[in-house]
Design a protein around this ligand. Structure first.
Ligand SMILES: Cc1cc2nc3c(=O)[nH]c(=O)nc-3n(C[C@H](O)[C@H](O)[C@H](O)COP(=O)(O)O)c2cc1C
Length: 378
């Protein structure tokens, strides 16, 4: 496997060369391909987590990562409060809107609205296993309906000028048939989808919670690798269980990109290390990166956003670091208080930095017992 510092070969470019040799129509395809550099590293769509504040923070850490919104149902995009559901800051680009749904006409309308709102890609969710999603016949159960997905993709491609992509599983329940997975991909690709994010495990629609569905069904990265080997004309991203930089780098030997979800959210500095390793640049400290967020935070506070809505995404910044627990504790205990502002973040940083300098060995215990030291510090 490549080390975190190694820059893997740009297999997206070579894929495109192979593709254009095999498929002379590719360059005229109505569905544009995405710049291969923009898909090497991406942060997964995560409901309740990857909102606009989270994405702005991730962008700061990883200037080259592709970012995804939480899933938004097509109906909500069409009828709901777009200023909230499609909230996006210009710094987020490239950023994809993930849609849920299974009605081609509605998905097409929502995709158009998303593209008009400035999203760089529209991604269709074919991987979410929750009961609510199953009741609405979208998400992972669409793996069983390739023709409906193909019709949806075709309608979306026709309706919007940005790439339409699909995030899928390998199959559902005990269906472990590579040929069926491949047939799903082929049919959807024929409809105009050039990029697939493969969450490389099945979804079990009965008996497992969504959380268990991200952990229990075994990972089969080899299916994603085989798909890329057999269909080099498609852009294939692998997702699921990627825990560190070495693992992420290893995937790039086989596919076009690695999409990280929970690891990126719980340890966001991993994103920064990957971005620097794969794209170059200087590694900045966690504190430097955090302080670079100050203008954004202050502008949001000015607009009436509560600090806690932003700081909840920052809690993992010092994960595995000395003082990381104190950082989380200062932020989580202070951010919901009326008037909480940037000074709280500075205070959390100061406490963490004092740990890192080795000045305060009892501090973490004191914090756990009710912040006496902090209160003394004001
Ligand atoms: C809190 C949470 C919310 C999620 N919401 C979505 C979602 O809205 N759309 C989606 O396609 N996947 C969703 N997922 C799944 C992730 O995108 C990803 O496929 C999964 O977590 C596996 O990747 P990981 O092991 O890197 O986390 C969610 C995952 C989590 C943890």
């Amino acid at each position: 496997m490549l080390g975190a510092g190694a820059i893997p070969a740009d297999n997206g470019d070579s894929a495109r060369r192979v593709a254009s040799a095999q498929d002379p129509f590719l360059t005229d395809s109505p569905a544009p391909s995405i710049d291969p550099r923009q898909i090497r590293l991406s942060v997964a769509p995560m409901m309740d987590w990857t909102d606009t504040h989270c994405r702005v923070f991730h962008r700061l850490l990883a200037p080259h990562a592709r970012l995804y919104t939480e899933m938004v149902h097509a109906n909500a995009v069409i009828h709901g409060d777009r200023s909230r559901l499609l909230a996006m800051d210009p710094v987020e680009h490239p950023v994809a809107l993930q849609l849920g749904g299974s009605e081609p006409a509605l998905l097409a309308q929502a995709a158009r609205i998303g593209a008009d709102a400035g999203f760089d890609e529209i991604n269709l969710n074919c991987g979410c296993p929750s009961d609510r999603v199953q009741a609405g016949r979208f998400g992972a159960c669409l793996m069983r309906e390739p023709t409906l997905v193909a019709e949806s993709v075709a309608a979306m491609v026709a309706a919007c000028p940005v790439p339409v992509t699909v995030k899928c599983r390998l199959g559902v329940d005990d269906d472990h048939d590579y040929d069926r997975f491949r047939a799903f991909i082929d049919e959807v690709a024929d409809a105009g989808c050039r990029m697939f994010v493969v969450h490389a495990r099945n979804a079990w629609l009965q008996g497992l919670s969504p959380k268990e569905n991200r952990e229990v069904p075994p990972l089969r990265y080899d299916w994603a690798y085989r798909l890329k080997a057999e269909r080099p004309d498609l852009q294939v991203l692998v997702n699921g269980g990627i825990a560190d930089a070495d693992e992420a780098s290893g995937h790039l030997r086989h596919v076009d990109g690695a999409m990280l979800g929970r690891a990126a959210y719980h340890d966001p500095y991993l994103l920064h290390r990957l971005d620097v390793a794969w794209f170059g640049g200087t590694l900045r400290t966690r504190a430097e990166l955090l302080r670079a967020l100050k203008p954004y935070v202050e502008a949001q506070l000015e607009r009436g956003v509560f600090l806690k809505h932003i700081t909840r995404h920052l809690l993992g910044l010092f994960a595995q670091q000395r003082g990381g627990r104190a950082f989380r504790q200062v932020l989580s205990e202070g951010a919901h208080k009326p008037g909480a502002d940037w000074s709280l973040v500075e205070r959390a940083l100061a406490v963490t930095e004092s740990f890192q300098a080795g000045h305060d060995t009892d501090h973490e215990r004191q914090l756990a017992e009710g912040l006496p030291t902090l209160q003394r510090q004001g």
